[in-house]
Design a protein around this ligand. Structure first.
Ligand code: DGY
Length: 319
């Protein structure tokens, strides 16, 4: 069985594959052109994919020999799962191991925006420390405020738990289905989408991205949010319309925004949102801890090993 890995993953995963005797190929140059990418994939039975390259109908037509895809991510919005399943291509992902790390980033962004971290750091860098001013650089406290979670799954649960423990925040959420564990343990309250956007002081997205979610958070939504509210997106940039977000921020419809994902990604250098002092933006580093990335490497390798033995992948996303 031949496995093509488009980017080296942490050693823990590489060793699992090497010790199993599976033939692994990794390109010397990781920035492959489309032609190079297809040529590698055509020769592989299994692809271990790092990044968000699209596995759409065209891909499956071009690379009919691919039998399995082991994603080095929990998100699988870049894979046409229906098409993969139709062609008997097994797809695996890496859930759980990154829930703490990713929710840590949401929590960090929430506090950074609330206390105006970007603005304050920028001032210091500019040599503009300023004196103590009772009316300047004021942030807001999160104690007892309401956290609204859009998509209360594993990552949303971790974000809600931290917010409850640290700031005694009230948790409301909107989901496809009720999360009874969160209702019991976190006293989370299920609300409609409109209630979520109208009642949240902090609104944090943690849902899987599906086409119906594209630009769900647009100007008409931001307009209904509280003027003191903070918008956090660590899930996928496609959830928000970034021009509308910019307009909402300069129009003071909301207080600020913390983004670990942007729309498009990477963010354009001249995106005006980068000039705002009430935003904090990271380059999609939610799972970027040693622990999470090792965990992802192990799960991706274990998915491949199971597939090579004719077993079900432990983390298979096909229905
Ligand atoms: C994930 O695992 O889905 C992260 O967002 C990296 O793509």
């Amino acid at each position: 069985m031949k496995v093509f890995i488009n980017k080296r993953i942490p050693d823990i995963g590489m060793k699992i594959l090497e010790n199993s005797g599976i033939e692994v190929s990794i390109p010397n140059n990781e920035d492959l052109s489309h032609e190079e990418w297809v040529s590698y994939c055509k020769k592989a039975d299994v692809i271990l994919n790092v990044g968000n390259v699209s596995f759409d109908k065209t891909f499956f037509e071009e690379c009919p020999n691919v039998k399995a895809i082991a994603l080095y991510s929990v998100g699988f919005d870049h894979v046409d799962i229906k098409e993969a399943t139709h062609r008997n291509v097994v797809v695996g992902n890496t859930p759980d191991v990154l829930s703490k790390a990713t929710s840590d980033v949401a929590f960090l962004l929430m506090q950074s925006v609330a206390r105006r971290a970007s603005y304050n750091y920028q001032k210091v860098k500019e040599g503009n420390w300023g004196g103590f001013d009772p009316l300047h650089a004021l942030g807001q406290e999160l104690y007892g405020k309401t956290l609204g979670v859009f998509g209360l799954g594993r990552i949303g649960f971790e974000m809600a738990k931290k917010s409850l423990q640290a700031f005694d925040m009230d948790i409301i959420y909107h989901n496809r289905s009720r999360n009874e564990e969160a209702e019991r343990i976190l006293n989370a309250k299920y609300v409609s989408f409109d209630e979520l956007i109208e009642q949240s002081d902090v609104l944090s997205i943690h849902a899987n991205f599906i086409p119906e979610h594209k630009n769900l958070f647009n100007f008409s939504v931001f307009e209904k949010m509280k003027p003191n509210s903070i918008f956090i997106n660590t899930a996928r940039g496609g959830f928000h319309n970034q021009t509308d977000l910019y307009e909402a921020l300069i129009g003071k419809k909301i207080w600020g925004a913390g983004l670990d994902v942007t729309n498009p990604e990477p963010i354009l250098k001249d995106d005006p949102i980068l000039g705002l002092s009430n935003v904090c933006i990271f380059p999609h580093i939610g799972s970027a801890t040693i622990e999470a990335r090792n965990g992802m490497a192990k799960l991706a390798a274990e998915n491949i090993i199971a597939f090579s033995k004719g077993e079900k992948m432990p983390h298979c996303v096909n229905p």
